[in-house]
Design a protein around this ligand. Structure first.
Ligand code: PXG
Length: 294
């Protein structure tokens, strides 16, 4: 594997960062997870845009333009000859002192890893996930905006631990008011009487790129979709429930807190969305130019 680190391609064992990097010391930095399908990087521009917005929000200037970042991402995928896979883009605050002050870190480090990811077992894509409601709440936006994809994912990790220890693969996270926000690394949708709904980003959800792709697909399919505040009641009484995320893609959820959602199997609308998503990723995405290709 060739890893991009600050303008160079390095082997896995050579790609290292300092123990004084504030990305490590404080979780001070931002990231993106992006998928490659059939030699195309899905929604590359949207991911890079979100990365730069996350950086802006934490007062970090990425030492590269948006165009250069897109090109470096395409080059990393090409250098690894990956037709299908997962890209992790990381920008750390960089090396500094042992104090919190980010302004004493002269230069952020840029890391691009092109590999693979498997979030849930294959069987779950056929049968659907079992969820719990996590006691760990999403932080209030007044503490940290959920739109910042920061290197500090401990809130999500704590919720993931709860889900796994309860024997589930994923968990629903509520906001401080008790409204459904999202899952630990996915957005959530419900289907009721042929209509789809999802919590607004103002409920504390990340403005997910897969979420937006699914909202657009639903519009094309003529299936109504609204963004509404919801509690667990809407999930317990839904006909169907599914999750979206770059790593997760689109996946049904068939139980919440050991209660069966709908029929307990992936429903027709969910299956339609999954099929439409798999079609979309075949053509939608920035084409990678692999070495040796014209
Ligand atoms: N919510 C949160 C909190 C996320 O971190 C999503 C929703 C889905 O957004 P996209 O834009 O990907 O559709 C994410 C993205 C993992 C993992 O291993 C998840 C993400 C990133 C990296 C790893 O579960 N999440």
């Amino acid at each position: 594997m060739k890893i991009y680190l600050d303008g160079q391609f390095l082997s896995e064992s050579d790609a290292k960062i300092s123990v004084f990097d504030h990305g490590l010391l404080y979780g001070d930095g931002v990231f993106e997870g992006i998928r490659i399908y059939h030699g195309r990087i899905f929604r590359l521009a949207a991911h890079i845009h979100r990365l730069f917005e996350s950086a802006r929000a934490i007062c970090m200037e990425i030492p590269m333009t948006i165009e250069e970042m897109e090109q470096a991402t395409l080059d990393t995928v090409a250098a690894n000859g990956l037709q299908d896979g997962y890209i992790r883009l990381v920008v750390t605050r960089g090396v500094g002192s042992l104090g919190l002050n980010p302004f004493q870190c002269p230069k952020p480090s840029i890391i691009i890893i092109a590999g693979t990811i498997k979030l849930y077992p294959a069987e779950r894509y056929e049968k659907g996930l079992h969820l719990i409601t996590c006691a760990t709440r999403r932080p209030t936006p007044a503490a940290l905006s959920p739109q910042v994809k920061s290197l500090n994912y401990l809130n999500n990790v704590m919720a993931k631990i709860e889900a796994i220890q309860a024997g589930c693969e994923e968990g629903i996270m509520l906001n401080e008011q008790g409204y459904v926000a999202e899952c630990t690394g996915d957005n959530v949708f419900v289907v009721k009487n042929g209509k789809v709904s999802t919590p607004p980003v103002s409920a504390g959800a990340l403005d997910g790129i897969t979420r937006q792709a699914v909202i657009d697909l639903l519009a094309q399919l003529g299936i109504p979709c609204r963004e509404v505040m919801m509690t667990r009641h809407e999930l317990y009484t839904a006909d169907e429930c599914f999750l979206t995320g770059t790593a997760a893609e689109v996946i049904a959820a068939v139980q919440l807190d050991r209660r069966v959602i709908g029929t307990g199997t992936p429903g027709p609308v969910t299956q339609q969305v999954i099929a439409a998503f798999h079609e979309l990723v075949k053509t939608d995405g920035a084409q990678v130019n692999y070495p040796g290709e014209a």
